[in-house]
Design a protein around this ligand. Structure first.
Ligand code: MN
Length: 363
């Protein structure tokens, strides 16, 4: 089958480019055996050929939309499989820590290098302004949730992670410290990101929609002072009922409170959003490795994302853990993923247009 890019957009970053799609078909670190994500970026691109070219809010996906598709990061399986050396690497020369196995280090370093190159291309011509005026937004399609760590490590090369908070929408806490001797797994990724963000000031990690937390993760969260930074679905639906508020409102208020209140620090306004497809109830998004009942519905997530886009400066987004080989024949979960990315770009575009109009009037 011929390669189809996302909504058939090309891969040339121009002066007016804003949104850039990048696929990261990574399956290393997935703990589940019968599903895989490696086809997710290409399937989502293919499905984009079968949905309408306008969002619900009437943003056109035509030649005026400043979107590019930069293709996929290459997952080099040689980096993973060929090295069976399980001994610890004395790795003072890397930023990934001493206990990490050689193949994990190679893989992580390789991913960071490749993502950095893509970002370098996206951010070209912006170096002089120190990315201050950067409005370009990379949108990553995973891959499993592990991809979020090398993405943030790559972003770190271009801008300090100070003032940048990470919001993860996920049924899981992904807060194991080590999984079967491995440090970089999709179930340890948020622990790693929490550690990474601690190297910088005035940022937060917030996790929304959890409902499958293991005892060890729960205790890790406690000992990392992370207990108040995640919101369980149980709490979300309880608060929604008691206070007669929309699910998205409950979540939005929770996020605002955390990003605002940090002693003397001002509110962080830069946000990276990571969306694990299992945030959705499996009744509407079954094609994922660990479908956990009791999740959010499409409108809830969409409303929340619109609120976040309109209230914060979004510096990057990823969508992870979609497993096309577990999808129905009609690609129900795949269409949800495709439409979701389309609608998020729509929200970002509406905000950008409003700002443009405002500036024009101001002049
Ligand atoms: Mn998950």
């Amino acid at each position: 089958m011929a390669y189809i890019s996302f909504f058939r957009y090309n891969s040339t970053v121009k002066n007016d480019t804003i949104y850039a799609i990048i696929g990261i078909p990574l399956d290393y670190g997935t703990t589940q055996e019968f599903g895989y994500t490696k086809e997710a970026p290409s399937i989502i691109r293919e499905l984009s050929d079968h949905i309408s070219l306008m969002t619900e809010r009437e943003v056109y996906f035509n030649e005026n939309l400043p979107l590019v598709d930069l293709g996929d990061i290459v997952i080099n399986s040689n980096n993973i499989d060929s090295n069976n050396d399980q001994t610890n690497l004395n790795s003072n020369n890397t930023s990934f820590g001493k206990e990490t196995k050689i193949y994990e280090l190679k893989l992580m370093n390789n991913l960071v290098e490749q993502i950095k190159n893509k970002l370098k291309y996206i951010y070209k011509n912006l170096e002089s302004s120190n990315l201050k005026e950067n409005k370009r937004i990379p949108i990553f399609i995973g891959g499993n949730h592990l991809v979020t760590f090398p993405i943030l490590k790559s972003l770190e090369e271009f801008q300090s992670l100070s003032n940048i908070s990470v919001i993860s929408l996920d049924a899981h806490l992904d807060f194991y410290d080590i999984w079967q001797g491995n440090k970089y797994q999709h179930c340890t990724v948020m622990k790693r990101i929490h550690e990474l963000l601690k190297n910088y000031s005035n940022n937060k990690l917030v996790i929304i929609g959890t409902r499958d937390i293991d005892i060890e993760e729960f205790q890790n969260a406690k000992s990392s002072n992370f207990s108040n930074n995640y919101l369980n679905c149980y709490e979300i639906f309880k608060k929604s009922k008691i206070h007669n508020k929309n699910v998205s409102e409950v979540i939005f208020e929770f996020i605002n409170n955390i990003l605002k209140s940090d002693g003397d620090n001002p509110k962080t306004n830069k946000v990276y959003i990571s969306i694990d497809i299992d945030i959705f109830d499996p009744s509407i998004a079954p094609a994922t490795g660990y479908p956990i009942a009791g999740g959010l519905l499409y409108r809830d997530v969409l409303d929340l994302l619109e609120k976040l886009v309109n209230s914060y400066e979004i510096i990057g987004i990823d969508l992870v853990e979609y497993m096309p080989n577990l999808d129905f024949k009609n690609m129900m979960t795949g269409f949800l993923c495709t439409r979701l990315i389309q609608e998020i770009i729509g929200f970002l575009e509406l905000k950008r247009k409003r700002a443009e109009e405002y500036n024009e009037k101001g002049n």
